[in-house]
Design a protein around this ligand. Sequence first.
Ligand SMILES: Cc1cc2nc3c(=O)[nH]c(=O)nc-3n(C[C@H](O)[C@H](O)[C@H](O)COP(=O)(O)O)c2cc1C
Length: 180
Amino acid sequence: MKTVILFGSPRKDGNTIQLSDAFSQKLKEKGCDVRIIYLNDLNIRPCQGCLTCSPEGVCRINDDMKDIRKYIVESDLIVYATPVYWSTPSSQLKLVIDRSIAFIDTEYNSRIKGKKAVTIMTCADENKDTFLIIKDMFKRAFDFLGISYVGSIDATGCTEKGVVNKESIERAAQIAESLV
Ligand SMILES: Cc1cc2nc3c(=O)[nH]c(=O)nc-3n(C[C@H](O)[C@H](O)[C@H](O)COP(=O)(O)O)c2cc1C
């Protein structure tokens, strides 16, 4: 199974990376090919809403989204990893989600139909309800893209760097194992 992790936190030593690493490590142990993309390091421009991409799936913006598109197309599993920012994904990840409109053709069919998606999310709040809005957004986006939402790894109470609870880290590894 080929996997791409779209890593949306700007912090490579924060909380979201702990879950992403646990997930990726388990997949690698099982022989999977895993690529992590640190979105914060890349040049990704916002979608211009021109829909020039609809007929051929080619965006007129020439930036790093070109490579990301390729990695998504090549993968069986797409992992959306992000801290919760104002109840939503980070801007880094939202740019990729917006630009994913290039996967939708003129008949509203998806060019990446049939792939699987997992979300990895952390937030400061102790209340699991904090994930309701962001999960609903992901669910609607995945439905539109024709991809199956096969798992979510969420950790609450992440107020400072590196404080992800052990259960969530174990769950990340368990979900990874269940997908192989
Ligand atoms: C701009 C910003 C907005 C945030 N918004 C929320 C929020 O709406 N709800 C919440 O519980 N935590 C919020 N947080 C806290 C982060 O989601 C949390 O600390 C997360 O674990 C950070 O992930 P990282 O260490 O991978 O960067 C916010 C943090 C920042 C910097």
